[in-house]
Design a protein around this ligand. Structure first.
Ligand code: 9Z3
Length: 392
């Protein structure tokens, strides 16, 4: 959901009378981005390579916000808040779990590994020191740059993991900017990944605009001021989750995110999305709590990766994080509720960092909620694969 887009729509435009785009009419009428084929060749080569390694699972991680241009020669566009933290962080954990990762991200948003040294939070120049040569004959060209020892300890595991991903060729990074780039890429990537069958996972964490300006309604040149207020009438972006699930990649394990600012809406909207699109899992998050808690909403039946044993698990606060406890423990289930809506049984599982380490704020710094999310997903994906072996 692009909150900027919807607020512009609500305050500046007359109610929309235009017919909604179907997915089909969208792709018939909106041109593909110019570099789409190059990107798709790189994705195809990456998927072909890992297709041949039969035990390898491949995940598409989408990350960051989509822009909505207001002009073809774009000076202005609508954007949203997403920095790409969820996607970049999750990609690292998927790599550490042995996945090959296609990281489809908003250009200039956070990326796996380099996110630890973002220019605003932790500029890399601050990590470095100059060591001057002691020799009398030395000149400034002999000076060396080193990572200051106090930073090296934190950098080392990041650099090791980054090098490992580079050497293995297990991370492919592809960028997008506009909502149109994103939709075309999502369609094509999911088609390219379809032959992977159940080995493919889709982790749709990008903050996708709900509204856009179609090409035929967009100004060609910079919109001029001097005519008073600006009114925008935007069309609704088609819901591509349905064709993604039903046509583009019917066997993939598909995880979408639902973002709300009203906590009351989170679970009903997540359930409605599951019911409407028929995919495996919706992860609900509230804007301000998203780094500390999320809720997994899924159908409590066999075959979608939910284990029968865990559907009756009672809440166990504080259990679960092996890094904190130093032992392998079962997943964190802070609240676990089976409920009924629209004739289907749903199951909600909350993952919460602050319940995980009560009162231990120092410890919380070290734990990222994405580690817990990814651990849960890897287990569900494994069960999803197993289920296909039992029911041919
Ligand atoms: C999410 O909900 C992500 O978790 C966040 C991550 C965008 C909140 P950050 O990048 O934030 O770490 O700062 N992504 C999905 C948002 C979205 O567009 N969902 C649509 C909706 O809510 C459904 S596909 O309707």
């Amino acid at each position: 959901m692009n909150s900027s887009a919807s607020s512009v729509d609500a305050t500046n435009s007359v109610p929309s009378t235009s017919t909604a785009f179907s997915t089909e009419s969208y792709f018939q009428s909106q041109k593909p981005p110019p570099n789409l084929e190059d990107k798709c060749s790189r994705i195809q080569a990456f998927v072909d390579r890992w297709f041949n390694v039969s035990t390898k699972r491949v995940v598409l991680v989408t990350s960051g916000g989509t822009t909505v241009p207001l002009e073809s020669n774009t000076v202005r566009f609508l954007d949203n808040f997403s920095a790409g933290t969820r996607g970049a962080t999750s990609a690292e954990y998927f790599l550490s779990q042995g996945y090959a990762v296609i990281f489809l991200h908003r250009i200039h948003s956070l990326r796996p590994f380099s996110r630890h040294y973002s220019h605003s939070l932790n500029p890399f120049l601050d990590l470095l020191s100059i060591v001057s040569s002691q020799s009398a004959s030395s000149d400034s060209n002999r000076d060396q740059i080193i990572v200051s020892p106090e930073h090296a300890t934190r950098l080392l595991p990041v650099l090791r993991a980054y090098n490992a991903a580079q050497d293995a060729g297990s991370l492919l990074q592809i960028d997008f900017q506009t909502i149109n780039d994103y939709l075309w890429l999502l369609k094509r990537v999911s088609g390219i990944m379809a032959p992977l069958g159940r080995r493919g996972m889709f982790y749709l964490a990008a903050a996708v605009s709900d509204f856009f300006l179609p090409e035929d309604k967009m100004a060609e040149h910079k919109i001029q001021s001097g005519h008073g207020t600006l009114s925008l009438e935007m069309d609704q972006v088609p819901k591509v989750l349905r064709p993604l699930v039903q046509e583009w990649t019917p066997e993939g394990y598909i995880v979408s995110f639902k973002l709300e600012t009203d906590p009351e809406l989170l679970i009903p909207k997540a359930r409605a999305a599951l019911s409407r699109y028929g995919h495996q899992l919706v992860i609900g998050n509230e804007l301000h709590r998203r780094k500390y808690e999320v809720v997994f909403v899924e159908r409590a039946d066999y075959g979608n990766g939910v284990s029968s044993a865990s559907t009756t698990t009672t809440p166990r606060k504080g259990a679960g994080d092996s890094r904190l406890k130093g032992v392998e423990t079962p997943p964190v289930l802070n609240a676990d509720v089976a409920s009924k809506q629209l004739g289907e049984i749903y199951r909600e599982t909350w993952l919460r960092l602050d319940d995980l380490v009560p009162g231990d704020q120092d410890g919380m710094d070290e734990v990222e909620i994405e580690e817990l999310i990814v651990r849960e997903l890897v287990a569900r994906h494994a069960r999803w694969l197993e289920a296909s072996k039992k029911t041919p």
